[in-house]
Ligand binder design. Sequence first.
Ligand SMILES: Nc1ncnc2c1ncn2[C@@H]1O[C@H](COP(=O)(O)OP(=O)(O)O)[C@@H](O)[C@H]1O
Ligand SMILES: [Mg+2]
Length: 264
Amino acid sequence: MTTTTLAPLLRAEGVTVRFGGLLALGDVGLAVPPGTVVGLIGPNGAGKTTLFNVLSGVVRPQQGRVVWKGRPLRGHRPHHLAGLGIARTLQGLNLFPGLSVLDNVIVGADRLAGGGMPAMLTGLGGYQRDERRLRDKAMAVLEDFGVADAAHAMPQTLPYGVQKRAALARAVVAEPELLMLDEPASGLSGADITELGDRIRAFGRRMGVLLVEHHMDLVMGICDHIVVLNFGEVIASGSPAVIRADPAVAQAYLGASVREGSDD
Ligand SMILES: Nc1ncnc2c1ncn2[C@@H]1O[C@H](COP(=O)(O)OP(=O)(O)O)[C@@H](O)[C@H]1O
Ligand SMILES: [Mg+2]
């Protein structure tokens, strides 16, 4: 799918973030159109998570802005994301340890809960019919992710790969318009990464996806468009083929170990 003809869901414009004397992001722009998987890559410390946090309302940029469907977001916070139609998964595991896998996914299914502790689980009245509906929906998504067997288990008792799938199930159960993933492949290997890639590709047909990832192969295989950060600046932007052929990208990833002229 082409990335240039559709109005973006989410856009970062001229985003600059400094941590003390460190320029974490310098005048960074990025756009995620609907039905598109946009990859954000770059070496460790490049600023990927910082940009993810600016988009999520965790970090306020000193300059620049975040625009959602043409409307600038002013002072947005992470708990506003669900209401806007944005879901995210963070680096590592972020399931609530005191809730079963199923209840974790139900939390994700209730946009109004916004990722906080849902009132419906505390037994407040008026939620019972909704709870049945959400429970069915959450169960269906767990089945789709091949982890329905783990529905009633506590997350911390499960293998890492199962927890990662459950976290992803929680993010997509409310059918967000935009899904933001920060290093979803971290801690996974081989077949699990391949399966994750297929899943993200499938999400990308239903919603916009912003994929922050370290695994080059995964990103190259499933993204429509890729933005490369290095030392807080966009050094390349384009299709996987364009990025693969860009010498500045190879240089950034391999640094001093690149032997001049060895690849071309
Ligand atoms: N809260 C913070 N305070 C100070 N420096 C930070 C903070 N968060 C990130 N940094 C620094 O900003 C740079 C970018 O970090 P980060 O966005 O985590 O990179 P990436 O996700 O690409 O590995 C790094 O040099 C990191 O040490
Ligand atoms: Mg990071």
